[in-house]
Design a protein around this ligand. Structure first.
Ligand code: GLN
Length: 505
């Protein structure tokens, strides 16, 4: 990174005033990527020459008097978000090849024919795509260890996971390669890796950002959103990607407010609700202390801290791990080796059934197969009422309870995760332990709410310092006030006491 230009806001200002060029920023970002990538493995592919060409196009736009809102900002895109062969709708002929793997062997040779709306909007706003980032296969996981293409390491401690499933995006931002990355969040995959990597992650309200071109995991829960180096950068990114899209029937028609304009304002009256579950005995002691200190910090800023009661939150994990696999089992049926996906090589004696069976057995990883089986079971005749229908009811009651709680407070606070990033390999043999990582995040997706994870401090050892995340949850479409509160918290908290072990800044 160019000194003093490590955040998107400063980069945009410097490129607009031509104090620097998008090309220089991009070259510096590519050097940073080259320096840290061998230790982190955050990227599945990178676009050196394409990024430099894209930067030249942005510089040309600026020279003509245009002021693209993300001019020259290097970004990374989670590899379940499609980039088509022709990236610039303007017909500049700039292409990134269309590779989109979703972290799966089954899509290793897939080429997307089009670009996801969220990615296209970033590009149109002047952002420069450096590459596609690693993830748990199809977004299923909390550590990025379930990628078919290797493990990404946490920049704070390379023996630990970066969280997941958007672990590559979080590691890229945390190591200073780029100030903004796109992630997707079905049950915490933006907020949890952001927390584990000491950066900001925002899951927008369901429908706020288009899902067109996001490879579906669980369609009633999936959202695209920013992982960013600061709350201000998250606001800039959300501004570019939010808004209605005719290509996604679930995208909201409500106008997009100006998220950056009022970011520095102090919310008029801030009442922060804390559910009893936020103080679970399962929280690590240091995280529990950091959470109480954060509430005190908010109190000192004039917030009123109140208790809220959301009993159904106890059942969020159980409901999520029925509903998400059920939707996944249906969404992943399309990878049959005929329409999509790598096709198994058949011997002359084998038939169509073998083609399906072998393509799917060879193409999907263990965790994805586990989810498909769980989901198929939950939807099967005889079990449907007991599992899928019950989980749907839990979801409705939970959504109503969140609604009631959010009528009595401005936002809800919980930790983003129960503890700091865990060691690589610590939970791979125990799926249930891995699922419990999501205890604070999945309820938000079931209720369709916006939530932000913002760093609240670091552990003090023994071992390397590790960041911890505070989660703020808002009412539908209240991203602006969530960002305001998160920005206020971030300013009052000040810089984190420690820095990542692997950093380009
Ligand atoms: N860890 C959760 C899961 O495995 C959430 C993943 C996500 O948000 N994509 O389903």
């Amino acid at each position: 990174m160019i000194r003093g230009l490590s955040d998107a806001t400063s980069i945009v200002r410097a490129v607009h005033t031509r104090e620097t060029s998008a090309r220089d920023v991009t070259s510096a970002a590519l050097r940073a990527l080259g320096a840290v990538e061998p230790r982190l493995r955050a990227f599945l592919c990178t676009f050196e020459s394409e990024a430099l060409r894209a930067a030249d196009l942005v510089d040309a736009r600026v020279a003509k008097g245009e002021r693209p809102p993300l001019a020259g900002v290097p970004v990374a895109i989670k590899d379940n978000i499609c980039l088509g062969p022709d990236l610039c709708a303007r017909g500049d002929g700039l292409g990134y090849g269309g590779t989109t793997t979703a972290g799966s062997r089954i899509l290793a040779r897939y080429r997307s024919p089009f670009t996801a709306t969220a990615a296209q909007r970033l590009i149109d706003a002047g952002a420069i795509v450096l590459g596609k980032t690693n993830l748990d296969e199809f977004g299923m996981g909390s550590s990025t260890e379930h990628s078919a293409f290797g493990v990404t390491r946490n920049p704070w401690d390379t023996d630990r996971v970066p969280g997941g499933s958007s672990g590559g995006s979080a590691a890229a931002v945390a190591s200073g390669v780029c100030p903004i990355a796109l992630g997707s969040d079905t049950g915490g995959s933006i907020r949890q890796p952001a927390a584990h990597c000491g950066v900001v992650g925002l899951k927008p309200t369901y429908g706020r950002v288009s899902r067109l071109g996001l490879i579906a995991y669980a369609s009633s829960l999936d959202q695209v959103g920013p992982i960013a180096s600061s709350v201000a950068d998250a606001a800039l990114c959300l501004q570019a990607i939010a808004g209605h899209d005719g290509g996604d029937a679930t995208s909201a028609r409500e106008p997009v407010p100006d998220y950056s304009a009022r970011l520095e304002d102090k919310p008029q009256r801030l009442v922060v609700g804390v559910p009893g579950q936020a103080r679970s005995g399962a929280n690590s002691p240091e995280l529990a202390d950091a959470f109480e200190a954060s509430l005190n910090l908010l109190r000192g800023l004039g917030a009123e801290i109140v208790s809220v009661d959301i009993p159904m939150l106890d059942h969020a994990i159980a409901a999520y791990y029925v509903l998400a696999p059920a939707e996944a089992s249906s969404n992943l049926a399309r990878y049959d080796g005929v329409r999509y996906g790598t096709r198994a090589n058949l011997s002359p004696q084998e038939g169509l059934r073998d083609l399906y069976e072998r393509s799917r057995s060879e193409g999907f990883g263990e965790e994805v197969k586990r989810r498909i089986m769980l989901g198929t079971y939950a939807l099967a005749g005889g079990y449907y009422e007991q599992y899928y229908a019950t989980a749907t009811k839990v979801r409705r009651v939970l959504r109503e309870a969140f609604g009631r709680a959010l009528a009595t407070c401005s936002m809800i606070a919980t930790p983003a995760t129960p503890g700091p990033a865990f060691r690589i390999g610590a939970k791979t043999a125990d799926p249930l332990a891995m699922y419990l990582e999501d205890v604070y995040t999945v309820g938000v997706n079931l209720a369709g709410l916006p939530a932000v994870s913002v760093p609240m401090g670091c552990t003090s050892g023994p071992g390397k310092p590790l960041p911890l995340g505070l989660q703020l949850i808002g009412a539908p479409l209240q991203e602006a006030s969530l960002l305001q509160a998160a920005a206020m918290f971030e300013r009052a908290r000040g810089p984190l006491t420690h820095r990542p072990e692997v950093t380009a800044i």
